[in-house]
Write a protein that binds this ligand. Structure first.
Ligand code: PEP
Ligand code: MG
Length: 575
């Protein structure tokens, strides 16, 4: 039995698929004359195999994303079979008498280096494709198995060192029942995605990839945060009962989804869901969301090879609007960077990606991306109640600039007689200590705040949210973070504006009484958590919660805060 950090609840049983990429070790040696033809043959065989694999991926992509996107792989096959490339590789094997893998590696590297030197963005991006194709070719020459997470045939539980959000976005969850990783934290984006997809997951397990072998039968128990390897028949039987009970409890909770989150003494809190695409609105409806408190638009930009056009974005946002039937949708502009990379955007390597080129900084530096996105959102606002939100704000200068750019787009649309919501509201995410500290000024410029406690905790405490080694220090309920949250709520109310929370703290059952007592107006979360949170709020007395919040804010340690909350939650029968 091994435990880690519970990322997403549920219980699944099945065979483990150990996804461990083997390192490519190039055979750097001189070959004899008689082996030249053998090496050339190796190259041709590997190329044939690579082509077959790419064709298969192309077919899968066609089914999943349509013809246009699957044509990317046609391009990959063309590169793979490029005559020039073939000539250069063969000539190098012959002339220098080196292995086929060594020759492929050299030629591919040469091509990448010359492309990377170019100014042209399109050609620079080709370097990424060539690296991909080269790696496939090398693995096939060296007979290193290639596991394609998009193309898994049997149902499995995935065990791997780490998963990036963009890998997660592309996985086939009809086959991947759940996953466990060595690395990662509860608020890393991969964990957040697992909760939206309702895929049981445990992260930050340390060395699970060392302990589980391929095809081991395992139970991933995402209720009690444990994995059982090769369980006995008796254990399987017991866990099937536990899973049944879990499903029944979930069903009961879902049946309560229509209720409103109103405290015993009449204070109403709006409950929203966090989504990454229109498919997630199915969960919003199923679990009773009253709005979308956070639409993470960056997922539309991930798992692909180019930027989505304004039109494509417009269609995607409009689809969400239609699903929400007039309920508000807080749409956040692209939050790329940190742990969410775009392979086609050539992100420079950074020492501290979370402190670097991320979120609104990327949009401000790529004004066309910002303009296209704002245009798409404004056009979609003719079909639903959107509210625009900017991520990772640190200064008033940013807000002045962004408002000016938004205005420019509005003027353009008006001139072209394109319909949009003229009264569309504007908000900022409070994710940095700086934005919380200047919230008094920000409140004058925007209509609402949404506190991103995942990042606010990370930046206030200087604790990487995805690093399991220091996960004990990652405490959203520490006095400093709570102080900032309270300040933001207070400043917004003074300016007659409102504040929500869309970070993971919004669905922390133990913290709800405190957040309500602090005066929060909206809580937005993974849909699966909505029924439980609504029902906690319905048992709270707002007056008592306010007194609790006052007391909590006077405490000096997390321990004291948690103790007070535990006592209150128990006395009021909340959990
Ligand atoms: C947050 O930081 O709390 C937040 C909601 O944004 P994200 O998790 O996407 O960084
Ligand atoms: Mg954030």
């Amino acid at each position: 039995m091994i435990s880690g950090i519970l990322a997403s609840p549920g219980i699944v049983f099945g065979k483990a698929l150990l996804f461990k990429e083997k390192k490519i070790n190039i055979n750097v040696k001189k070959i004899s004359k008689k082996n030249i033809n053998i090496e050339i043959e190796k190259f041709f065989k590997a190329r044939k195999k690579s082509k077959k694999q790419l064709k298969e991926i192309q077919n899968q992509a066609k089914k999943k994303f349509g013809k246009e996107k699957s044509s990317i792989f046609e391009g990959h096959i063309l590169i793979l079979e490029d005559e020039e490339l073939e000539k250069e590789i063969i000539s190098l094997i012959k002339k220098k008498m080196i292995t086929s893998d060594h020759a492929v590696e050299k030629i591919i590297q040469e091509q990448i280096s010359s492309l990377e030197k170019l100014k042209d963005e399109y050609l620079k991006n080709r370097a990424i494709d060539i690296r991909d194709i080269g790696n496939r070719l090398l693995k096939n020459i060296l007979k290193i198995p290639i596991i394609d997470l998009n193309n898994i045939q049997k149902k499995v539980i995935l065990i791997t060192k780490d998963l990036t959000p963009s890998q997660t976005a592309q996985m086939n969850f009809k086959k991947i029942l759940g996953f466990a990783t060595d690395l990662g934290g509860k608020t890393s984006h991969t964990s957040i995605m697992a909760r939206s997809l309702e895929i049981p997951a445990i992260v930050g397990m340390g060395n699970i990839t060392e302990k589980i072998k391929n095809n081991d039968y395992i139970i991933l128990n995402g209720i009690d945060n444990e994995i059982i390897i090769n369980p006995s028949k008796q254990q399987i039987k017991e866990f099937k009962i536990i899973r049944k009970q879990y499903f029944e409890k979930q069903k009961k909770l879902i049946s309560l989804k229509k209720v409103h989150a109103i405290t015993l003494d009449g204070k109403k809190i709006k409950i929203g869901s966090n989504i990454g695409n229109y498919k997630d609105t199915i969960g919003s409806k199923k679990y009773g969301a009253e709005c979308i408190g956070l639409y993470r638009t960056e997922f539309l930009f991930m798992g692909r090879n180019n930027l989505p056009s304004e039109e494509e974005q417009f269609q995607a946002y409009k689809k969400v609007a239609k699903k929400m039937h007039g309920k508000h949708i807080i749409i956040r502009t692209m939050d790329i960077g940190g742990d969410k990379n775009l392979s086609y955007m050539n992100f420079p390597p950074e020492e501290n990606p979370f402190l670097g080129w991320r979120a609104i900084r990327v949009s401000i530096n790529n004004i066309q991306i910002l303009h296209d996105q704002l245009k798409a959102i404004l056009r979609a606002s003719a079909y639903g109640k959107f509210k625009i939100m900017f991520p990772m704000i640190i200064s008033m200068e940013e807000i002045y600039f962004l408002k000016q750019e938004l205005n420019k787009i509005k003027i353009k649309l008006k001139k072209n007689k394109i319909k949009f919501d003229k009264k569309i509201e504007l908000g900022v995410m409070i994710e940095t200590p700086s934005s919380a500290i200047i919230s008094k000024h920000l409140a004058k410029e925007v209509d609402f705040f949404s506190i991103g406690t995942n990042d606010l905790t990370q930046y206030t405490l200087a604790v990487d949210r995805g690093n399991e080694i220091i996960s004990n220090l990652y405490q959203p309920m520490s006095p400093s973070v709570l102080y900032l949250i309270k300040k933001v709520i207070k400043e917004s109310h003074k300016a007659k504006k409102w504040t929500g929370i869309c970070g993971e703290l919004a669905s922390n059952e133990k913290a709800i009484s405190l957040l309500v007592g602090m005066g929060i107006d909206e809580l937005s979360m993974s849909s699966i958590s909505i029924p439980i949170i609504k029902n906690i709020i319905r048992k709270i007395n707002f007056k008592k919660a306010k007194i609790l919040a006052k007391k909590v804010l006077q405490q000096s340690t997390v321990k004291k805060i948690k103790k007070l909350l535990k006592k209150f939650n128990k006395e009021n029968n909340l959990l």
